[in-house]
Design a protein around this ligand. Structure first.
Ligand code: MEV
Length: 433
């Protein structure tokens, strides 16, 4: 166990690495080389990455893959995905091509409102608080004019501020519940700056004009954005689903719908079902420099909005039409934050033809729907392991440091054999003997 260290953040990068090596590693030279091997040779680029966070010692790579052939509202997209799970990009590409041949995806943004709250306590009379709030509300807005000027010029800004009485749930607890339109920005900084100004104005005014004790607890945006909603769907005639993997479309749609219905009523299944959706969503969110933790938190809260965790996707079969859709809240940005800093984020956004936040919401929702379609299609037909293990094969071969020739031969072998970890190990051993 190392000694507690103070002032760590003030050490140079090399000093930090040396401290780590001394504290935790027996083979210091190998560890040092590994850390340095992942540094970018372009010092300027490395410095940019170093400065994203505190105490950077090196880079942690994730593959950036692309899934082509996504037809969304009649426009073709190649979607960038940053993810480590071997089957995700393959499944997305397969689903994209499958639906390309059946009219593609339709997507629409339903709403774009975001929320922030000033949480405060007040020990006086609610009627007085309400009257005070109504008087002070225009000043809350006008005091933020420096912060909101640019956003307002572009058509966004503060939409409303409400006083919410939560004192029945928690003694003396109230909120300023504000709604915002942040256009192409994810808006976290904008919203938080507005909220902190609301809090300052509210507290100052209360000290002069309100009887009783009013104290600000905190001011922060909410990552729950049920009114920043997007919907994506696919549909086709049942018989049009016939394909290499779907020999009996009628049976397929029945089982597929059952799988969705199970996720709608059974939380244990819904969590895994939605995890598969997030495989697609997070990968695009990450590739486009957005905050996947915010998206995850908001999406799962939405999945529980009716009091029970449930599926994010739904399915219907009416008049011989199979329809499959997703509706999710997504607070995304295509300007600000990492979008103008990380070179690969800029690359991804250019590949997506410089989308607006609304365009990106549609693309991300489609990626989630496609991923879920691919997962349910496999689960209800061949099972998931066939595809998964085929993709995992390369990981196992890399663990055994297989050569290119070995890889070629073993991949060929497993085109006609079931991939399991032990079967791959056996094949490597046989080849090497
Ligand atoms: C694995 O990452 C995702 C799945 O488990 C999703 C699902 O079960 O629907 C395959």
């Amino acid at each position: 166990m190392p000694n507690v260290i103070s002032g760590f953040s003030k050490l140079t990068k090399s000093e930090k690495i040396e401290w780590l090596l001394d504290s935790y590693f027996t083979d210091k030279e190998t560890a040092r080389q590994l850390v340095k091997q992942y540094w970018n040779t372009d010092e300027k680029l490395q410095k940019l990455h170093d400065e994203f966070i505190e105490n950077t010692i090196t880079n942690y790579y994730l593959p950036l893959g692309v899934a082509p052939n996504f037809l969304i509202n009649d426009t073709l997209h190649t979607i960038p995905m940053a993810i480590e799970e071997s089957s995700v990009v393959a499944a997305a590409s397969k689903a994209a091509k499958f639906w390309f041949d059946r009219g593609g995806f339709k997507a629409k943004v339903i709403s774009t409102t975001k929320i922030g709250q000033v949480h405060f306590t007040y020990n006086g009379d609610y009627e007085k608080l309400y009257t005070f709030f109504e008087i002070v509300k225009p000043k809350l807005v006008s005091d933020t004019s420096d912060i909101t000027r640019n956003m307002k010029r572009r058509g966004g800004g503060i939409l409303d501020i409400e006083l919410r009485n939560k004192s029945k749930d928690l003694q003396n607890y109230y909120q300023l519940h504000a709604t915002f339109e942040t256009l192409d920005a994810m808006g976290a900084n904008f919203i938080n700056s507005c909220l902190e100004q609301f809090a300052t104005t509210f507290k100052t005014e209360a000290e002069e004009k309100l009887d009783g004790d009013l104290n600000i607890v905190m001011s922060i945006l909410s990552n729950y954005v049920p009114n920043c909603l997007v919907r994506a769907e696919v549909s086709c005639k049942v018989e049009d689903l016939k394909s290499k993997d779907i020999s009996n479309p009628e049976l397929f749609v029945q089982k597929f719908k059952q799988a969705v219905n199970i996720a709608e009523i059974e939380p244990f299944r819904a969590v895994t079902h939605n995890k598969g959706i997030m495989n697609g969503i997070d990968a695009v969110v990450l590739a486009t420099g957005n905050d996947f933790r915010a998206v995850e938190a908001g999406v799962h809260a939405y999945a529980s909005r009716n009091g029970k965790y449930s599926s994010l996707t739904h399915c219907s079969i009416d008049n011989n039409i199979f329809k499959f859709w997703i509706e999710i809240p997504l607070a995304l940005g295509t300007v600000g934050g990492l979008t103008s800093l990380h070179p690969l984020v800029k690359f991804s956004l250019e590949m997506l033809e410089k989308p607006t936040a609304k365009d990106l919401m549609k693309i991300v929702a489609v990626a989630g729907l496609a991923q879920n379609f691919g997962a349910l299609k496999s689960l209800t037909t061949t099972g998931i392991q066939e595809g998964h293990m085929k993709m995992h094969l390369m990981n196992i071969l890399n663990q055994f440091e297989a050569t290119v020739e070995e890889k070629d031969q073993i991949v060929e072998h497993f085109k006609t054999n079931v991939v399991t970890h032990s079967a791959v190990v056996e094949a490597i051993e046989n080849l090497r003997n």
